[in-house]
Design a protein around this ligand. Structure first.
Ligand code: NDP
Length: 337
């Protein structure tokens, strides 16, 4: 449904994801617009305040309720462990929330984050852009309609080097406290969540192994391999902070198979092949701006009062599954969720 009005959004944390992806998406979306940015950097406040013609404040001002009359909803894009305080502030002022993945750095903090929004009765969405990608939504319908028969097994891999020219060893993603986990929390969450969404199922138990060879990865997993038993099928996944960039999903059913490769980049074309007894179909997904879709979906839901999927509980379920993988890597035993 087309909603009345436009959702006015505050963007909390102006790092890579907020500046390269989310602010441009919010600024061009149909149902929302940026009105406030929150940043610890005076330089960014001056730059973004001018570019987007928005009110720019710092974290202390945000926590103190400055400019609350200028926004209706908050987008949180700070390091994982800072999501909780920034979402709690939004909930305290009665603002709807869209929070970046993974929802938080630990299960206990993710639970508190969800509880804060539930107690304040404000909508909460976990920012899984794959779930608003039109092609992924279409594949979900195809599976639901029996396109590949009964899903039997799934797989997914995401390797994206954490160390490059601009990002050295001194970054929050390699800090266990701020990130919660390494490749698993940052990258593994994509195949885990996207496969669960495509198959409309949830993890029941998990097991996994982690390895870290590089010195920069002494606090967090550089590589993770994990298995997930879902309600109806099994999944086998990997994620790495170093190695040849790889982003892939496979789903095999009783009567067909889907391969998405590449799968997760926001910029690259999504290449999908579907094989069934009916034949072989290849679709290159071009042109859809899933981040803009994500914010339009969120704003539309908030303005119309519709249910949100993925909500906070979906994000929390993934943090539980990932914490289970890390526990299994320690104990060598599968973890029931
Ligand atoms: P960046 O490091 O680029 O940005 C994080 C920003 O958070 C900083 O620039 C800073 O903004 C703010 N910040 C506040 N406190 C701290 C602190 N103590 N240490 C570091 N930064 C701090 O990270 P990303 O933008 O890549 O990631 C942010 C969030 O978005 C994460 O949760 C990540 O998982 C998620 N993400 C999601 C993606 C997706 O596709 N959905 C892709 C990439 C990331 P300022 O200077 O304005 O205060």
């Amino acid at each position: 449904d087309a909603p009345d009005g436009t959702l006015r959004m505050a963007v909390v944390g102006c790092g890579w994801q907020a500046r390269a992806e989310s602010l441009p998406a919010i600024a061009t979306a149909d149902y929302c617009t940026p009105t406030v940015v929150v940043s610890g950097s005076a330089e960014k406040r001056a730059e973004l305040g001018g570019t987007y013609r928005v009110t720019a404040i710092d974290y202390e001002e945000y926590a103190a309720g400055v400019a609350t009359e200028e926004y209706d909803a908050v987008y949180v894009a700070t390091p994982n462990r800072l999501h909780l305080p920034h979402v709690e502030t939004a909930a305290r002022y009665g603002k709807a929330v869209i929070c970046e993945k993974p929802l938080e750095a630990t299960v206990e903090r993710a639970e508190r984050l969800v509880a804060a929004c539930e107690e304040a009765d404000v909508p909460l969405m976990t920012a899984y852009r794959m779930q608003t990608a039109p092609l992924v939504r279409r594949l979900r319908e195809f599976v639901r309609d029996g396109g590949i028969g009964v899903p039997l097994r799934a797989g997914g891999d995401f390797t994206f080097p954490a160390l490059d020219g601009e990002r050295g060893p001194d970054q929050w993603r390699l800090d266990a406290e701020l990130a919660g986990g390494g490749a698993l929390f940052d990258l593994g969450v994509y195949p885990l969540n996207t496969v669960g969404f495509m198959l409309d199922t949830a993890p029941v138990s998990v097991s996994g192994e982690t390895r870290s060879a590089g010195e920069a990865f002494d606090e967090v997993d550089e590589h993770v391999d994990f298995n997930v038993t879902f309600e109806h099928c099994v999944g086998s996944f990997s994620a790495s902070f170093s190695g040849y960039p790889t982003t892939r999903i496979t789903v095999q059913g009783s009567d067909g198979r889907i391969v998405v490769d590449p799968a997760f980049g926001a910029y690259e074309n999504r290449d999908v092949t579907v094989d069934t007894d009916e034949g072989h179909v290849r679709v290159i997904g071009v042109g859809a701006d899933e981040t803009r879709e994500e914010f339009d979906y969120f704003a539309n839901a908030v303005l119309t009062g519709a249910d949100i999927e993925p909500d906070g509980r979906d994000g929390l379920a993934d943090v539980r599954a990932m914490a289970g993988v890390l526990e299994s890597a320690e104990t060598g035993r599968a973890v029931r969720l």
